[in-house]
Design a protein around this ligand. Structure first.
Ligand code: PLP
Length: 378
């Protein structure tokens, strides 16, 4: 099987985990702090707050922004389901925005179309690591008094106009799930330039506790609970892996970009698929190589699904590209406007294997098998 992704681990990660085990301190402690410092530097944000997942990060970001019951949160339906579920987690109502026809991201225009008089926040997703055209969205939110949260779960290592994704965000959320470019097993982080928010999120991720367990351990001071919170902590075992992974980020992104460019070349003459090519001013981290299978007039998604089954039967670990929350049972009955571009992306998009160790031969096999599948399903 040629897998869709393979994490890049080496002796460095193994040694880092062994060191944490030997220390006897495995929960959130010095390694988490080290991971946060390194991440803040890469993103160019003042603060990074590590949490147990990007989903927990979105939940915390909405909470810190004061979003809750009675509020609407505009979010693209075309995203991993956690983007939508996060609004539900704080008791708010998700309102689905469509995406662009040629890029799987929402735009200021699609977000404005979804706006309601209760909209207090927007979750804007840098889908598949493709940087958002963020400035017009930020302007819209500022004009209408809503908080903008960047769902940058897939976008660590992507640049927009030369700046790392997340740098200019009030709240940007990153994921370290193995499906992303670097991983801690499970893990997430929120970056922000606001010191008050960073401090409060550090308390909220550990039950609202005023002092970190590692500090209490050292100082003997009593902790206090200023407000109710959650247990959203990352462990030092995970953070130790994360510190090593962040060192690998430039190499991993460079390799992924080269492999994505090679897919573009190998498929350049194939009219049955449309590659998703980000705007040239951006530098994409190539988190997922996704293309759209041109429909054949049959039911939506039928041709893509046939191609996918063929690829999987030949041990090519392709996957459907991006889901749309409004088409899943969890949100199917949720009120919404028309979402034609999200419908098309959800039905046509296909993700091809793209991992650090993918060989030229394997990549040629993926492309040849895809061509075979497309010819059969004409
Ligand atoms: C992966 C992903 C998430 C969730 O990340 P977890 O760390 O698994 O919780 C959220 N949003 C988007 C866009 C994602 O791709």
């Amino acid at each position: 099987m040629i897998p869709i992704i393979v994490p890049v681990f080496g002796p460095e990660e193994q040694a880092a985990v062994a060191e944490v085990l030997r220390s006897g301190w495995v929960v959130q402690g010095p390694k988490v702090r080290q991971f946060e410092t390194a991440l803040a530097e890469i993103v160019g944000a003042e603060h990074a707050v590590a949490v147990s997942s990007a989903t927990a990060g979105l939940h915390l970001a909405l909470h810190i922004a004061g979003i809750g019951v009675g509020d609407d949160v505009v979010v693209p339906s075309l995203s991993f389901i956690a983007s939508t579920n996060a609004a539900w987690m704080v008791g708010a109502r998700p309102v689905f925005a469509d995406v662009a026809p040629d890029c799987p991201n929402a735009t200021a225009e699609t977000i404005a179309r979804a706006w309601t008089d209760k909209t207090r926040a927007v979750i804007a997703v840098h889908q598949l690591g493709v940087p958002l055209d963020r400035a017009p969205i930020a302007q819209l939110c500022a004009e209408r008094g809503a908080v903008l949260i960047d769902d940058a779960a897939c976008a660590l290592g992507s640049l927009h106009d030369g700046q790392p994704v997340g740098r200019d965000a009030d709240l940007a959320v990153f994921s370290f799930h193995p499906r992303k470019v670097v991983t801690t097993g499970e893990g997430g982080a929120i970056t922000t330039n606001r010191a008050d928010w960073a401090e409060r999120m550090r308390a909220l991720r550990q039950h609202g506790m005023s002092i970190a367990p590692a500090d209490r351990h050292q100082s003997g001071a009593n902790e206090h609970y200023g407000e109710p919170g959650w247990n959203f902590r990352m462990t030092d075992l995970q953070a130790a892996v994360g510190v090593e992974q962040l060192k690998r980020l430039p190499t991993i992104v460079e390799r992924r970009r080269a492999l994505a460019a090679r897919y573009d070349t190998l498929l350049g003459d194939c009219w049955d698929v449309a590659p998703m090519t980000p705007r040239s001013a951006d530098t994409w981290n190539a988190q997922t190589y996704c293309l759209c299978v041109m429909p054949d007039g049959g039911p939506a998604g039928a041709r893509r699904d046939r191609v996918l089954r063929f690829l999987n039967a030949r041990d090519v670990g392709a996957r459907r590209g991006i889901l749309a929350a409004h088409l899943e049972p969890a949100w199917r009955d949720h009120p919404r406007g028309p979402l034609p571009c999200s419908d098309a992306w959800a039905a046509q998009s296909l993700a091809l294997p793209l991992h650090h160790f993918l060989t030229d031969e394997e990549q040629r096999f993926v492309v040849a098998t895809l061509r075979e599948a497309l010819a059969l399903s004409e």
